[in-house]
Design a protein around this ligand. Structure first.
Ligand SMILES: [Zn+2]
Ligand SMILES: [Zn+2]
Length: 324
């Protein structure tokens, strides 16, 4: 028997344990972090989700059984399962190191059942080994908040003064990496959210304020983690000529029109979509060197709806993680 969380609101249901295909592993889930993308999926804001879906794409667990062709992992190995669940391996994107853009890609907790469950099935080629010395709940947020955050940080280039808009699960990890790399972090929260600003300073931000405030110095780059389109012109205004504004989320409210002046000066606005396996290998190798200390906020599987509500309401100072 497993617990299955179906959509709107998530309901726990007993289902038979699934059987892995030849190249797949069956994972006993120990922890699954809760991502803003799960909210977008549950709220129906993303197209083409699987029906009767089990959400969750930051899965940590141990291999319970494996298909006949699995050679990367043994039964009992600890593995992590990220958002990228399958790619075609044949298209122009896959063949040029950009499998994150594969038009046939399938994603965990979206087109493939995910980790809000006792068991999950994953293609062995898309699973990661995890850093030793981190607990399951500490490791889970690395798998999306960390990984997509890391790809976003790479897209920000060599920026010394880095703005982070929205200081949640991803920013609390990326601030640590940015600081370790010698960058100065400027944290932007909802106006008046002094608690989140204190959290950001705690993690080494040199400045923290509301997203309606100007930073004390112009930024070299900004990463927007909050799904709020009006932050794009706000971040452009705060960014120096030649700087990049990275939109890190899968979904964002419409971006209001803005004067060309604030884009002029070779400023760049770009999005970051998904991840490649290479991003994952690089980031998970880097995590223990920093070392990244995530702040997991544990919930029982039965509290998944509460965790999603707390994320929606902006009540979290760290990363919500379902602990099984
Ligand atoms: Zn492809
Ligand atoms: Zn995610």
């Amino acid at each position: 028997m497993i617990l299955d969380a179906t959509r709107r609101p998530l309901q726990l249901t007993a289902l038979p344990v699934p059987t892995p295909g030849p190249g797949e592993v069956l994972i006993r889930v120990h922890a699954c972090a809760v991502c803003r993308t799960d909210l977008h999926v549950v709220d129906g804001e993303l197209p083409d989700a699987k029906s009767a879906l089990i959400p969750g794409h930051e899965i940590v667990g141990t291999v319970a059984t494996r298909g006949a062709e699995v050679e990367r992992f043994a039964v009992g190995d600890r593995v992590g399962v990220p958002w990228l669940g399958w790619t075609c391996g044949e298209c122009a994107f896959c063949r040029s190191g950009r499998e994150n853009l594969c038009p046939r890609a399938r994603f965990t907790g979206y087109q493939i059942d995910g980790g809000y469950s006792d068991f999950a099935i994953a293609d062995q080629r898309f699973c990661f080994a995890l850093p030793v010395g981190t607990s399951d709940v500490e490791a889970a947020p690395l798998l999306c908040a960390g990984l997509i955050g890391y790809r976003s940080l790479r897209m920000a280039g060599e920026a010394r003064r880095l703005g982070l808009y929205g200081f949640g699960a991803a920013a609390h990890i990326i601030a640590q990496v940015a600081r370790w790399q010698g960058r100065s972090v400027f944290a932007f929260t909802s106006p008046g959210d002094v608690e989140a600003q204190a959290f950001a300073r705690d993690l080494g931000a040199v400045w923290a304020g509301g997203s309606d405030e100007a930073p004390p110095e112009a930024l070299d780059a900004a990463i927007i983690f909050a799904p709020v389109g009006s932050l794009v012109p706000a971040a452009l205004l705060a960014t120096a000529p030649g700087g990049t504004v990275v939109c890190a989320g899968i979904h964002m409210s419409d971006i209001p029109s803005f004067p060309y002046d604030i884009l002029w000066g070779e400023r760049i606005v770009r999005s970051v979509a998904n991840l490649t396996r290479r991003d994952g290998e690089e980031f998970l190798a880097l995590a223990p060197k920093v070392p990244i200390r995530t702040r997991p906020l544990p919930y029982a599987l039965e509290q998944a709806n509460q965790a999603l509500d707390d994320l929606r309401a902006g009540r979290l100072r760290g990363a919500a993680v379902l602990q099984l």
